[in-house]
Design a protein around this ligand. Structure first.
Ligand SMILES: [Fe+2]
Ligand SMILES: [Fe+2]
Length: 264
């Protein structure tokens, strides 16, 4: 504006500038509100996706004599071992959410095999082993990191370090890290839990089995990390132990003191 100021022009200019400023602020505020809404929706979506994932995991456990406590323990134990093994918080959190689905494929295994109290015959074992492939198929074809990781775990949690596991007989570090982690905590949890074919094993017996399987079933480094922090795993086991308790007299336990293949 040029001097001397014209009163009318000055007022008009000021009014115009203030209007522009007010409109600008309104747009900015609206953007903030919109961004907040998008964030809220994203969190909501993520939460419901996780919720569905957890419930899918529970669906498999319902078929398998559990009440959901097993998958909670596996979730906590896996992410703890992951962190001990140097995972970033982000990756450990992903594992916290994906590990509950490791046995989702059990939905496709008949109850007569899942709940059998005696030993499985060769054909029944094949069917039992197929839960890895069924689980991977159920989770296949999605691009999200979460589902892809869950699929990998479902497929590989029964592979063994020495290559004698299933379904692919992968060996050593060819077995995905997450699969190796869930493999070890799943066995620990199965050994210390009641199963249709066995009583819970005490911790010392469980530990000696895990030690024996170091470098055979389990990744040696992960085994060492696991054993070092055994008290933490026992604490998780005890904290999340609520399940429909099954009376031991309901089962024939003639082989309870032997190492038996685990129907897990
Ligand atoms: Fe399991
Ligand atoms: Fe399994």
């Amino acid at each position: 504006m040029t001097k001397p100021f014209n009163k009318l022009e000055t007022i008009t200019r000021i009014r115009n500038l203030l209007t522009v400023r007010i409109l600008h602020n309104q747009v900015r505020d609206q953007n903030i509100i919109l961004e907040k809404k998008v964030q809220e929706r994203t969190i909501e979506l993520e939460e419901s996706r996780l919720e569905i994932i957890h419930r899918l995991g529970r669906a498999a456990e319902y078929k398998d004599n559990e009440t959901g406590a097993h998958i909670v323990r596996i979730s906590k134990m896996s992410s703890l071992l992951g962190r001990l093994a140097g995972m970033t918080n982000e990756r450990a959190e992903l594992l916290l959410n994906t590990s509950p689905m490791h046995d989702i494929g059990k939905i496709g295994v008949p109850d007569s095999i899942l709940l059998k109290s005696g030993k499985l015959n060769a054909e029944e074992w094949k069917t039992m082993e197929s839960h890895t492939i069924i689980g991977a198929n159920l989770l296949a074809g999605h691009s999200s990191e979460l589902i892809k990781s869950a699929q990998e775990i479902a497929l590989t949690h029964h592979e063994k370090w020495d290559g004698s596991g299933y379904p692919m007989g992968k060996k050593g570090k060819d077995i995905p890290f997450e699969g190796r982690i869930v493999g070890i905590v799943d066995v620990f949890d199965a050994l210390t839990s009641r199963r249709p074919y066995k009583d819970p094993y005490p911790i010392d017996k469980t530990l000696s089995i895990i030690r024996e399987e170091r470098g055979r079933h389990f990744d040696p480094d992960l085994t060492d990390l696991f054993i070092k922090k055994i008290d933490d795993y026992v604490a998780i086991k005890n904290t999340f132990s609520t399940r429909k308790d099954i009376a031991s007299q309901d089962f024939k336990l003639s082989e309870r003191d032997q190492w038996v293949p685990l129907n897990i």
